[in-house]
Write a protein that binds this ligand. Structure first.
Ligand code: HEM
Length: 173
């Protein structure tokens, strides 16, 4: 099974929980012929038994904004990762926020502003090796813990970012 399954990295992420089509809810594979990445599958975000998305469970935008702020502050201070990012971090920060809220079940604002995520393709210009991946992932886990995201969502997010960050590796060590 491809590691990108369910990451929302190559497929279109579901938007609000109530907009997730039944075919996707039932786990049906969606193929997008235009997608150049290895795995065009999309899976729904996790829904709790009450049907609330992670976005709703965490109370919407503020926690995600806080997460992205902390993550970016850590990236800015990291001598390995900082040179990979542009001088102006603000646009990327906003896209990260829009993507993550969309992926975890919030409004489809990333899609509206940036189109199809195609994240592996969007990361192709940056030399991402295992070391960079680990640095990125460790900053994200630290941000998750600083924000205090509760279980079981914490584990879902850590698992997602672990697999997603590995999926972005495009350079041998
Ligand atoms: C699950 C893992 C990851 C996710 C969900 C993710 C998500 C994103 C998103 C949504 C963007 C903005 C794309 C756009 O322009 O619309 C972005 C940009 C970027 N990402 Fe990632 N990313 C991940 C892993 C990584 C890793 C491992 C690295 C490097 C070690 C990395 C480095 C970058 C860089 C350098 C940019 C460009 C920022 C800018 O233009 O301001 N990402 N990422």
């Amino acid at each position: 099974m491809n590691s990108a399954v369910g990451l929302g990295l190559s497929g279109v992420s579901p938007t609000a929980a109530h907009e997730v089509p039944n075919a996707i809810k039932s786990g049906m594979v969606c193929h997008d012929a235009k997608e150049a990445e290895p795995n065009p599958m999309t899976e729904p975000i996790e829904l709790n038994p009450a049907g609330n998305s992670v976005y709703e469970q965490l109370g919407g935008d503020p926690i995600f904004q806080h997460l992205v702020d902390i993550f970016y502050a850590r990236v800015e201070a990291d001598p390995l990762l900082r040179p990979m990012f542009p001088d102006d971090l603000e646009p990327g920060k906003e896209y990260q926020f829009l993507f993550l809220t969309q992926y975890w079940g919030g409004p489809a604002r990333y899609q509206v502003e940036r189109g199809h995520p195609r994240l592996r393709m969007r990361h192709a210009p940056f030399p991402i090796d295992q070391e960079a991946r680990d640095a990125w992932f460790n900053h994200m886990v630290a941000a998750i813990d600083e924000v205090g995201i509760p279980e079981p969502v914490r584990s879902q997010m850590v698992d997602y970012f672990a697999r997603g960050a590995t999926f972005m590796i495009n350079q041998a060590d």
